[in-house]
Structure formats: structure tokens, C-alpha cells
Design a protein around this ligand. Structure first.
Ligand code: ZN
Length: 384
């Protein structure tokens, strides 16, 4: 079984699927493979038709059951110093090296390696596979896949997202909302500030408001919050604007992010800053020059996974892995989107996040073996 999983990882790594490129070759491979085992399969595409998600089901067409989910896209290798070709699997010292081995083609390969056993078993509850595009660029594919799932009326009970957690059961992570706010003002001579609209100064006031909101978020954190830090945080990461001491700058850009611990904080931040921009800053800017602009572009928007009391998915994953600890991770996944659809969700997969996105990314064979053990336990569970 482990050898089959290794061979499949090799196949998947050889199909590069960097987020900016099409993933159709890989998705078609997954679809053909699962169809060959008798699975029902459904594709959902992006607007360009060059990327697709696959949703596949083995077992009875009833509600409940488990979703195994993974994204098919990988991050680029540009500027990274790899020991060997990142898109040819290299096996050395119990490790599989290659782009996506850890994040997260190793997991997908394990589910495929086990799929024939699920197909042969007489499952009482369905096993679903959800393979998505564009996770690394804002979980775009999962949104489309889940819309299609909702429309189909199917209601899986639980979901395991196989992102690399070292096979630890992860019950939550914060969301991550990345923004770039653009200020468009009016140029002028530095000696006549009131004749221009100083984009950098308006950006500074915007940032000051962000910092104020950041302070107000701290007391909003529930006492039970297990996140570190326990509250929603805001970070201003970059500011670009201006040319010289004596010129009123007409453009400025601010890159900022916030990491909400819950949906209420997410709308709190958006409302506070958008209201300040629309009702205070923009009218002032436009009173000097009506064409002045202030716009926030949402660059990334990953929903958080809220830790839940008595989570069905946590209980399931603990039973399957035999691990009774449960934790949180600092990175984002598609899990929050599944949770919002009412599917109890955890993150649990082979490999460690520290080995992802890096040159010489790898997943270790013992980690793959542990993942296969979890799937074996799942097989028993779904057959009962
Ligand atoms: Zn990932």
C-alpha cells in the first residue's frame, strides 16, 4: 500500500499544477482513476475553464459519510534553490522530495492508494473526495466546489482536510484577510498643502484608524479563545507612495491584513474601516478634488476554522488516528468554508508545514504510513 502511495505521489508531482497554471491534466487523471473504481464524479470549473475541482463519491448515495479533501495546486519554485528537479520525485532516506509532496499531493496519493479498498468494501456511509484548485491563492476553487455541493443537495457529515499537520488533529485556525487600499489624490507643490490632496497623509490617517481598531479588538476576544494571541490581529505590512520632500503625492498604497478569530470580528473590522473611509476620509479628499479616490482591494480572504464544542470531526479524527490531543495551527486552509456549509471539519494530514512551500519540500514515509493507517481505520468505520 505504501509503495502504491509513493508511485501515485510520483505521478502527481510530475503534473506541476502551480496555482497560476491549469490543473486539468491532473484533475482528469484523478477523475479517470476514481471512475475506474466505480465512483461517481463531478467537475466544477473556474470562469476560464482551465481549472477544475473534482468531487467524487464511493458508496451509497445517502447523507452523512466523510469527505477527504485536498487542494491540487502548488506554490511556484522560482527563486528557490532545489537539489534536484522539483517536478521529479526523489526518494532518499525515507523521504519523498518534490514540489507538493507535503502540501499536499502526498495526502491525495494516500487517499487514491486506498480508494480501491473503499470501492471493494460494502460501505454503509459514503466516502467523498474533494480535490480543489487555487487554494494557495485564496481558496477560490473550494468556494466553487462547495456551491456545487450545496446545489446537489448532498450533505456529508464530516470532513478531513489533509493539509500537513504531522497527522495531528487540528480543530481550528484563524481566518486571513489580505487587503491593499489605494489612495488617489491630487499632486501639487509642497508649499501649498491645501491646494492638493495628499495621498500619503490620508493613508497615514487610515493606518492610524486601523491601529485603533486593532486595540479595540483585544477586549472582544472571548475568555475561552484558544488562539495565540487570543484576539483578532491587524498588521500593516507595507506602504508605498510619494516622490520627494516638496511634492504633494497623488498616490499611495497600503498593504494590510487582519486575522479574525470569528465571523463577528471579520465584519466588525470591515465595517469600522470602510465606514471611516467612506464617511470621513473620502468626503474630505473629494471636497478639495471631486475625482479623488479611496478603494480597498481584497487580495486574499481565507475563512477561519472555529474550534467547536463536541465536534464530530474531532471525535472521528481522534478515533481514527488514536491521538487524543487536539491543536490549533497558525496557517489557513479551506476548512472554514466546509464548516460554514454545516460540515464538521478538522485538518489532519501527513508531513509538516515547515517543509511546505520551501526548496526541497518533502514528506516522510513514516508520515505517509500513518496517514494510510488512518484511512484503514476509516474503512472499518464506514463499513460498519
Ligand atoms: Zn496546502
Amino acid at each position: 500500500m505504501l509503495q502504491t502511495a509513493i508511485d501515485l505521489t510520483r505521478k502527481l508531482v510530475e503534473m506541476p499544477t502551480i496555482s497560476s497554471d491549469s490543473n486539468l491534466t491532473l484533475i482528469k487523471f484523478l477523475q479517470t482513476y476514481l471512475q475506474g473504481l466505480g465512483a461517481t464524479t463531478e467537475l466544477s470549473h473556474d470562469e476560464t475553464g482551465t481549472k477544475a475541482n473534482l468531487f467524487a463519491t464511493i458508496g451509497p448515495d445517502v447523507d452523512g459519510g466523510v469527505v477527504l479533501s485536498g487542494h491540487t495546486d502548488v506554490v511556484p519554485v522560482e527563486g528557490q534553490d532545489w537539489t534536484s528537479d522539483p517536478f521529479i520525485l526523489r526518494q532518499e532516506d525515507e523521504k519523498l522530495f518534490g514540489r507538493g509532496t507535503c502540501d499536499m499531493k502526498g495526502f491525495i496519493a494516500c487517499t487514491l492508494a486506498f480508494a480501491p479498498q473503499f470501492a471493494q468494501a460494502n460501505l454503509k456511509k459514503p466516502l467523498h473526495f474533494a480535490f480543489t484548485y487555487d487554494e494557495e491563492t485564496g481558496c477560490l476553487g473550494a468556494r466553487v466546489l462547495l456551491e456545487a455541493l450545496k446545489a446537489s443537495g448532498r450533505k456529508p457529515a464530516t470532513c478531513i482536510i489533509g493539509e500537513p499537520t504531522g497527522m495531528r488533529v487540528i480543530e481550528g485556525h484563524k481566518g486571513c484577510c489580505e487587503n491593499t487600499t489605494h489612495f488617489g489624490g491630487l499632486e501639487g507643490h509642497g508649499s501649498m498643502p491645501s491646494a492638493g490632496v495628499n495621498a500619503v497623509e490620508y493613508a497615514a490617517r487610515y493606518i492610524t484608524e486601523l491601529l485603533r481598531i486593532g486595540q479595540d479588538l483585544k477586549p472582544r476576544a472571548p475568555a475561552s479563545s484558544r488562539f495565540d494571541p487570543p484576539w483578532t490581529t491587524i498588521n500593516v505590512g507595507a506602504i508605498r507612495g510619494g516622490v520627494a520632500h516638496n511634492v504633494i503625492p497623488n498616490t499611495c498604497e497600503v498593504d494590510w491584513e487582519f486575522r479574525p478569530i470569528n465571523a463577528a470580528d471579520k465584519s466588525f473590522v470591515r465595517q469600522r474601516i470602510d465606514t471611516f473611509a467612506a464617511e470621513t476620509l473620502l468626503p474630505e479628499m473629494q471636497s478639495v478634488w471631486p475625482q479623488a479616490t479611496l478603494e480597498t482591494e481584497i487580495v486574499g480572504d481565507v475563512d477561519g476554522l472555529m474550534p467547536m464544542e463536541n465536534s464530530q470531526a474531532v471525535a472521528l479524527a481522534q478515533e481514527l488516528t488514536g491521538g487524543n490531543s487536539v491543536g490549533l495551527v497558525p496557517f489557513g486552509t479551506e476548512a472554514g468554508l466546509f464548516q460554514q456549509l454545516g460540515i464538521s471539519t478538522v485538518v489532519c494530514g501527513p508531513g509538516h508545514i515547515a517543509q511546505a512551500h520551501k526548496p526541497d519540500e518533502f514528506v516522510s514515509l513514516p508520515q505517509m504510513a500513518e496517514c494510510l493507517k488512518m484511512l484503514q481505520a476509516l474503512l472499518v468505520k464506514l463499513s460498519r
